[in-house]
Design a protein around this ligand. Structure first.
Ligand SMILES: Cc1cc2nc3c(=O)[nH]c(=O)nc-3n(C[C@H](O)[C@H](O)[C@H](O)COP(=O)(O)OP(=O)(O)OC[C@H]3O[C@@H](n4cnc5c(N)ncnc54)[C@H](O)[C@@H]3O)c2cc1C
Length: 353
């Protein structure tokens, strides 16, 4: 065994797990495929403004710099994540992509781009938003229609002029449509309307209220609750944004053919470009452990899987609405590290023996 715990992923979730592991005196290593900490944030679009105020962009033990009640940009968040790893001198091996995880006697073997690692316990913290979700109808558009998913969208200079449809009106689409609307005809296509809240209420950030009333940390009850609590739209209403920035709101995108997109409200548009703001999904396909359900997600209870010593951290709504949010991931991380503490190598050998 190389160490006691391997954490896969050095984003905020993996680093917070590292923070608690270090406090508990448990030897561990964090593996991350990127060459630098904070890359998940750096790779998001240039103008991204977080929906949580700075106070709630902090991880345990290190204050987020600057005024507490402002909404930071993504570069600041990326720099903060990088500074966090440095501040607590967390043992991170960068440029190390884990390509498979399988059970072995007394623990797990991880194949990586930098060799094989083995440990009795593993925390998988590879992020809830890994792979772009693209609807099938994207493939029915002419090849000369420019298409980009928000995972690769950076700024308006990438997108040709003319008519642009932003498909998906959650937080990403609602930030990107306004900046594209300067100099282009933009349509924002909305599927199911989301519950909508302003960024501030009585001068405080929305998440401040969610924290003070315990709503974000509250455990979700069962699968139905988990599915219903997934996304909220934070910021001005779509109607207000459309009026302010001069774009059009249309219904769900239901068909594509050549250069034409058709919407559920009966409207259609000839398009030059499409920005797919259709979300992301997790990717646990590299885990060769029988814990994945039919949708490829690990079955887990507060991050604990049925495989001894294997844990998941940072999944959307894995325990509470806050499970995949910056400030609240600490609750799940602290819980898992306590489980890990109780499940040291001797215990693993005993249970498997
Ligand atoms: C557009 C967007 C805006 C968001 N805004 C906010 C916000 O304002 N406030 C908030 O609280 N939350 C926000 N979130 C949610 C959440 O905070 C972020 O998604 C955050 O990046 C999640 O952190 P994480 O550590 O769980 O995953 P990630 O940040 O995705 O980190 C996962 C890490 O794992 C590494 N990795 C993945 N696979 C492997 C592998 N096989 N081998 C090795 N390394 C691997 C990656 O390189 C990455 O560094 C936002 C999410 C998105 C998508």
């Amino acid at each position: 065994m190389d160490t006691e715990v391997i954490v896969v992923g050095g984003g905020q979730s993996g680093l917070v797990a590292g923070y608690y592991l270090k406090q508990a005196g448990i030897p561990f290593v964090i593996l991350d495929e990127e060459p630098r900490l904070g890359e998940a944030w750096r790779q998001r679009w240039d103008s991204l403004e977080l929906f949580t105020i700075a106070e709630y962009c902090a991880l345990p033990g290190l204050r987020f710099p600057g005024r507490k009640n402002r909404f930071p940009g993504k570069e600041e968040m990326a720099d903060y994540v990088e500074a966090y790893g440095r501040e607590f001198d967390l043992p991170v091996r960068l440029g190390t992509r884990v390509t498979s995880l399988e059970p072995i006697e007394g623990g797990y073997r991880l194949e990586t781009t930098k060799g094989t690692f083995e440990a009795p316990q593993v925390i998988v913290a590879t992020g809830a938003y890994r792979l772009p979700k693209l609807p099938d109808l994207a493939s029915r558009l002419d090849p000369d229609v420019f298409q980009v998913h928000t995972g690769r969208y950076r700024n308006p200079s990438q997108v040709p002029g003319g008519t642009v449809v932003v498909v998906g009106a959650a937080n990403s689409g609602a930030q990107i449509a306004p900046e594209l609307a300067a100099g282009r005809r933009v349509l924002l296509s909305q599927g199911s309307p989301l519950p909508h809240f302003g960024r501030r209420f009585l001068g405080k950030g929305l998440h401040w209220w969610g924290d003070k009333f315990g709503l974000i940390a509250k455990p979700l009850m069962g699968e139905r609750d988990r599915l219903h609590k997934k996304t909220i739209l934070v910021g001005p209403s779509l109607k207000k944004l459309a009026r302010r920035h001069g774009f059009e709101l249309v219904g769900r995108t239901v068909d594509a053919d050549g250069r034409t997109l058709r919407f559920e409200d009966g409207r259609s548009a000839e398009v030059d470009a499409v920005v797919w703001a259709t979300g992301f999904r997790y990717d646990y396909s590299w885990m060769r452990v029988p814990v994945l359900d039919d949708a490829g997600a690990p079955a887990q209870e507060r991050g604990v899987t049925s495989a001894p010593g294997l844990y998941i951290l940072g999944m959307q709504c894995q325990h509470s609405y806050g499970s995949a949010l910056i400030w609240w991931v600490k609750d799940d991380a602290a819980y898992l590290v306590e489980r890990i503490r109780q499940f040291r190598p001797q215990a693993v050998a005993g249970r498997r023996g």
